[in-house]
Design a protein around this ligand. Structure first.
Ligand SMILES: Nc1ncnc2c1ncn2[C@@H]1O[C@H](COP(=O)(O)OP(=O)(O)OP(=O)(O)O)[C@@H](O)[C@H]1O
Length: 252
């Protein structure tokens, strides 16, 4: 079963195709990593499948056309963590995470005990509870990422899309992020992340490789065919090897 499928002929802006000929299937209850060089179209693709970017094509979320989902229902189905989000800098971190509960709350209703407990659990999981009363704009890059990750967790959607969630995170918090993703997948959620950290992307269940606005390979991170495709796209200086049973990619 697929959590999401997309057939996108193109996303065209200012007369230029940013992505084209996309045929994508996101397997359910798996972690999919989307990788590729700068400008390959990864963020454009993620925004298109989240419904945040107009595209010439069709996206199906849980078997139903994305645009047929009423907004609140779609918010309960799909959580989004974007890159360099602005607009919430004046809000307290806890209020930012509470935004993740909006699809679950009646219009203008105050947060319930369940909403408050969910927010606390999400902020505890990303170790951001301690700065719940600080404004988002006052946090460091990594602290901010962990608050935005908590917001996505608090949304409790079966599918979460994340654009460069590891940006600004130090290695221990990157490992924490992977553990969180693994736990979510284990409990039946689907995660899609755009990643630059190839060594972590190689730990995913499913890899989507993009170059020049197209998907050039999909497959298991453990497959020799995937490694060959990565070397073709990133060049022969990318060394892929196994360390303690895990695949890693190192620029040489
Ligand atoms: N709003 C826009 N208007 C015009 N061009 C855009 C716009 N957004 C993105 N692009 C261009 O589309 C291409 C793909 O951008 P995108 O951000 O999707 O790439 P990416 O693979 O996520 O890159 P990176 O790894 O650098 O974040 C790039 O050449 C970018 O300059």
């Amino acid at each position: 079963m697929n959590a999401l499928t997309a057939r996108i002929a193109r996303v065209r802006i200012d007369g230029r195709d940013l992505i084209s000929d996309i045929d994508l299937a996101i397997p359910e209850c798996r972690w999919t990593a989307i990788v590729g060089p700068n400008g390959a179209g990864k963020s454009t693709l993620l925004r298109a499948i989240a419904g945040l970017q107009r595209c010439d094509g069709a996206v199906q979320l849980a078997g139903r056309a994305l645009h047929d989902w009423p907004a609140r229902e779609r918010g309960r189905q799909l959580a989004w963590m974007g890159q360099q989000e602005t607009g919430a800098d004046d809000l307290l971190a806890q209020d930012v995470v509470m935004l993740g509960r909006l699809p679950h709350r009646p219009w203008l209703a105050p947060p319930t005990a369940v909403d408050l407990a969910t927010v606390q659990a999400a902020m505890t999981a990303t170790q951001s509870w301690n700065w719940r009363e600080r404004r988002l704009g006052s946090l460091s890059g990594g602290e901010r990422q962990r608050v935005l990750l908590a917001r996505a967790l608090a949304q409790q959607a079966p599918l979460t899309l994340m654009d460069e969630p590891l940006a600004h995170l130090d290695p221990p918090h990157q490992a924490d992020w992977m553990a969180l993703v693994r736990a979510r997948v284990h409990s039946g959620h689907t995660v899609v992340s755009v990643l630059h950290e190839l060594h972590l992307a190689l730990q995913a269940d499913h890899l989507v490789l993009m170059a020049d606005g197209r998907i050039v390979h999909t497959g298991s991170p453990a497959d020799a065919g995937t490694h060959d495709a990565l070397k073709r796209v990133f060049g022969p200086r990318l060394h892929i090897a196994q360390i303690e049973g895990r695949w890693v990619a190192l620029p040489l």
